[in-house]
Design a protein around this ligand. Structure first.
Ligand code: NAD
Length: 297
């Protein structure tokens, strides 16, 4: 399989996703503003491009994995300004506002090529192990064209609807994740203050109606989920800075759609506060450490 893939944004997620594609036999063309990130991919056999325009012209698929709305918008405007190959399929896997995906789809379509949004969940480990979940916003025909390709980087590839609906699914999932993490953290703190043994209580919620991913897989109380960030000083995992970004996107789409998000808005403020306390780089389960009673009763 000598299909050429352009990959733009070789950070925590992108470098691992691009490496998996290379391991599956795709020929990788790469671009990043960081020379270091490019060099690391070059050492693995990728071809480094100096401009995104050249990269796109030499690629059948182009994947972007970039930090935010403005960078995604600017990157696409710049990449397609001198025209594109009609059969290039552009895929944005960054987490951005659905309206950004819809705008980018329009300009790519006007230039004559195709675009789909395909954000991911599963984090750095999912990127590493090619077990990401892809949420795709596209036509059914475009979904068929990208499904197997995305399967080279992920395990579950779901068509969510038209352009922007992949991002909508991603943002809604992460808002729920943030709310349930804070809920688990304050509930665990209360249970402990009431005198319950955290291990016993956690066993109860995990076979009861309070169970969530946050209680069962990544319990914020150190020691309850061995081998996870809460049991390792909240290092690694899904950063507080990234969940704060995603909650900002939720606040924005909620405003745009007149949707009340009482707890989502509160979760955004809680995580913004954690960022001002220098906890942006810690796993988002650190909210437990932030709100727990630090003194004995
Ligand atoms: P990162 O900051 O590690 O990587 C971003 C990369 O983009 C960097 O290498 C940076 O140099 C590069 N970059 C920045 N501006 C650029 C430009 N103009 N042109 C080319 N390259 C540019 O971020 P990440 O953790 O890999 O996340 C990427 C995206 O994936 C974000 O939208 C994030 O929200 C989303 N995401 C991240 C995770 C996660 O756990 N890290 C999980 C799911 C989704």
């Amino acid at each position: 399989n000598a299909t050429k893939v352009g990959f733009i944004g070789l950070g925590q997620m992108g470098n691992r996703m691009a490496t998996n594609l290379m391991n599956k036999g795709y020929k990788l063309n790469v671009y990043d503003i960081s020379a270091e990130a490019c060099d690391a991919m070059k050492a693995k056999g990728a071809e480094v491009y100096k401009t995104t325009q050249e990269l796109a012209k030499n690629s059948e698929f182009v994947v972007t994995m970039l930090p935010n709305n403005d960078i995604v918008k600017n990157t696409y405007e710049d990449m397609i300004k001198d025209g594109v190959n009609k059969n290039t399929m552009f895929v944005d896997s960054s987490t951005v506002d659905p309206t950004v995906s819809q705008y980018v789809q329009k300009i790519v379509k006007s230039a004559g090529a195709s675009f789909v949004d395909a954000p991911v969940s599963g984090g750095v480990m999912g990127a590493q192990n090619a077990t990401l979940t892809f949420m795709v916003g596209s036509t059914p025909e475009e979904f068929e064209k990208v499904k197997d390709f995305l399967g080279g980087m992920g395990k579950k590839i779901t068509h969510c609807g038209t352009y922007g609906m992949g991002e909508a699914a991603k943002i809604c999932n992460n808002m729920m994740l943030a709310i349930s993490m804070i809920g688990t953290a304050e509930t665990m703190n209360l249970a402990i203050r009431l005198g319950l043994d955290p291990k016993v209580f956690n066993e109860i919620i995990n076979v009861s109606t309070g169970r969530t991913w946050a209680s069962e897989v990544n319990n914020p109380v150190p020691g309850l989920s061995p081998g996870t960030p809460p049991s390792n000083d909240y290092k690694g995992g899904f950063s507080t800075a990234l969940i704060t970004k995603d909650l900002g996107l939720a606040a924005s789409v909620a405003t745009g759609s007149n949707s009340p998000i009482l707890l989502g808005g509160l979760a955004h403020s809680v995580y913004r506060l954690l960022c001002t306390h220098d906890l942006g780089n810690k796993d988002f389960s650190v909210v437990y450490d932030f709100i727990k009673n630090k003194t004995e009763k």
